[in-house]
Design a protein around this ligand. Structure first.
Ligand SMILES: Nc1ncnc2c1ncn2[C@@H]1O[C@H](COP(=O)(O)OP(=O)(O)OP(=O)(O)O)[C@@H](O)[C@H]1O
Ligand SMILES: [Mg+2]
Length: 245
């Protein structure tokens, strides 16, 4: 459903080449949650942005539901739901409902289809209480849940979640995690980046540990722990990044 083959991204920084992502290869099946784990600046968001067609890979290719991210970029965007952590980019002067509907229309949905999916998402995220309030006055958690609903209003097959719980309190994080689990049950293909190793341990089937653009280890969580002779993903991650293995 999602595959990256030898994907490399080179940025020009002060006339020098800087390799942000180096020869990255992995694929994710339906119903699978794949973790992209790395320190700050490792290349996670750059990878997500290449999959989302915002950036073009310098080398290599990316396929989403059979479509090429460069040649068939508009089809790729139809198949994708993308949620970045941090600034959610909602329109403050629109209500949650208007923000979500607007994205639905941008994705070519009919009013009927939007209504149907909206009803489901409002239930799933408990948006009832603030659906018709303007987003400008929302708390961080309310914004993130609204953004979540907006990202998947078109019921995409492949979902990219870049630090989806960053800045959320325990209850709001729990809602988001439960929703990601629900997406997995629905057979979605999910790429998740997170700095929270407990979250990774709880959610991910497989993961890839990336540092300075390079793949340090990949496999099921058990395989990663076996290879690093550790008993948690947190320990495995620290050992790998500190090059103690
Ligand atoms: N548009 C750009 N131009 C030049 N360099 C960039 C650009 N975007 C990202 N970079 C660099 O690429 C590297 C990887 O950045 P990226 O945002 O992908 O990291 P990340 O793994 O998402 O980190 P974080 O955990 O902090 O979100 C960083 O060194 C960053 O400065
Ligand atoms: Mg990032």
């Amino acid at each position: 459903m999602l595959s990256l083959n030898n994907v490399t991204k080179v940025f020009k920084k002060y006339d020098k080449n800087f390799v942000a992502v180096d020869d990255l290869t992995f694929s994710i099946k339906e119903g699978e949650i794949f973790g992209l784990i790395g320190t700050n600046g490792a290349g996670k968001t750059t990878t997500m942005r290449m999959i989302a067609t915002t950036l073009k890979p310098t080398y290599g290719d990316i396929k989403v539901c059979g479509y090429d991210s460069v040649k068939d970029d508009s089809m790729v965007r139809r198949c994708l739901g993308v949620l970045y952590g941090g600034d959610t980019g909602l329109y403050d002067r629109l209500t949650a409902r208007e923000n979500i509907e607007y994205f639905g229309r941008l994705n070519g949905l009919t009013d009927d289809a939007i209504k149907k999916q909206m009803d489901y998402l409002v239930q799933a995220f408990g948006l009832q209480d603030y659906l018709d309030r303007r987003c400008g006055s929302f708390s961080r958690g309310m914004k993130q849940k609204t953004s979540f609903a907006r990202a998947i209003i078109h019921n995409p097959q492949v979902m990219l979640f870049d630090e989806p719980t960053s800045g959320l309190d325990i209850l709001a994080s729990e809602d988001v995690l439960n929703f990601i689990k629900q997406c997995k049950k629905m057979g979605k293909t999910i790429l998740l980046s997170s700095h929270n190793m407990q979250e990774v341990q709880e959610l991910c089937d497989r993961a890839l540990i990336i540092d300075k653009g390079q793949t340090l280890c990949t496999g099921t969580l058990n395989q990663i722990m076996e290879q690093t002779k550790t008993s948690s993903i947190k320990e495995a991650f620290i050992k790998l990044v500190k090059r103690e293995i």
